[in-house]
Write a protein that binds this ligand. Structure first.
Ligand code: SF4
Length: 357
């Protein structure tokens, strides 16, 4: 546990160029020598937390109409074949100058929740849909990655495709996972990271800040835990109160209050400071329209969080990893207490207080 797949030399170069956090997009450009864009694919997967396999209630923040989470620009092809969706999106992103090559993001639902041979068919179609596709990234739950699926993903990786797993973990705290009806714990993510890394596949984790009942210290501990596990990248989101969810009922009843804009900006800055400097940052927020959510209102408009987080880090004079510390350094392993029999710490503290007064 702990060794990442990301190339730390590229990340160090980013910091050397003055970046305050290790942005995934900049890293990818360094790794490939060209700009890579993500190509959303709706492969029509459902979720075991909705269909009764794990539960019929879904996560407390997940609307049952989750399929409406589509990107505006490809709603018109959503019902067409996978190849058509990918071609349409690759051409669209290239035409707006998003980059040279695409990484297909299989994004909607739990995208490994299907028999392995069906997955193989979908992934074969994905990588051969367009000459500018360099691989894929699969959004899934950390408990939906059996050996057979991991081996399948590993086959594409061994064939030279870029392969990522994006695991919806959201938090490392059991009480929140239970409250949100996630139906998995932290152990599933620990295993998923190890198994992906064994196949040279990097793993991204989704993290939500502002979960009900989760303290500031607990959110920072999530940053520390995923760093210690060797998670390669993260997407950080505020908890959004989508309509028709259990969370919406909590919000309507007054037992949940969503984060304010500056509250979230400060939390993200804190989270980045506690995170390892080598965890790539793929997103710092999530924007969606008022028609499908109750709150917060501020994340309706695209991309207002990222510049504010950069500004906040700049004002603080800090950066990603500033407060990341999981051990004393070797040159700090020098006892401040003298080895005198009978002199214990209370006495020592009293002496220090006297000296400082
Ligand atoms: S695992 Fe994902 S798709 Fe399934 S209910 Fe939870 S948030 Fe929704």
């Amino acid at each position: 546990m702990g060794a990442q797949i990301v190339n730390r030399e590229f990340v160090d170069e980013l910091y050397g160029e003055g970046e305050l956090y290790s942005a995934y997009g900049l890293y990818e450009r360094k790794a490939h020598g060209y700009k890579v864009f993500k190509v959303p694919l709706n492969a029509r997967f459902v979720c075991p937390n909705w269909d009764g396999r794990l539960s019929e209630d879904g996560c407390a923040f997940c609307p049952s109409h989750a399929k409406q989470f589509t990107y505006q620009n490809f709603r018109e092809v959503i019902d067409k074949g996978f190849t058509e969706q990918i071609r349409h999106n690759v051409e669209h992103y290239k035409s707006v100058g998003a980059g040279e090559k695409g990484l297909v993001y299989i994004a909607f639902g739990t995208n490994t929740y299907a028999p392995v041979e069906k997955l193989r068919q979908i992934l074969d179609e994905t990588v051969s849909a367009h000459e500018d596709v360099i691989g894929f990234t699969v959004g899934t739950r950390p408990d939906c990655l059996p050996e057979e699926v991991l081996d399948l993903l590993g086959e594409y990786r061994s064939s030279g495709y870029e392969v990522w797993v994006e695991a919806g973990q959201q938090t490392t705290h059991q009480h929140t996972l239970r409250e949100m009806n996630r139906q998995h714990g932290l152990a599933e993510l620990i295993r998923a990271v190890d198994e992906c890394h064994a196949r040279e596949i990097p793993l991204l984790s989704f993290i939500i800040l502002g979960m009900p009942g989760e303290s500031h210290d607990e959110m920072m501990e999530t940053a520390r835990v995923i760093s210690a596990m060797g998670v390669d990248a993260v997407k950080i989101y505020p908890l959004v109160v989508m309509k028709d969810t259990k969370l919406a009922r909590m919000w309507e009843g007054g037992s949940y209050k969503s984060l304010g804009f500056m509250e979230y900006v400060n939390l993200v800055a804190d989270f980045l400071e506690h995170l390892s400097p080598y965890v790539l940052i793929q997103r710092l927020s999530k924007d969606c329209g008022l028609e499908i959510k109750h709150a917060p209102e501020w994340n309706t408009y695209r991309n207002i969080v990222t510049p504010m987080v950069k500004k906040k880090l700049g004002e603080r004079g800090t950066m990603q990893g500033s407060r990341h510390k999981l051990t004393l350094a070797a040159d700090e392993l020098i006892p401040l207490a003298e080895d005198k029999p009978g002199e214990f710490y209370e006495e020592l503290k009293a002496q220090r207080k006297k000296k400082d007064a």
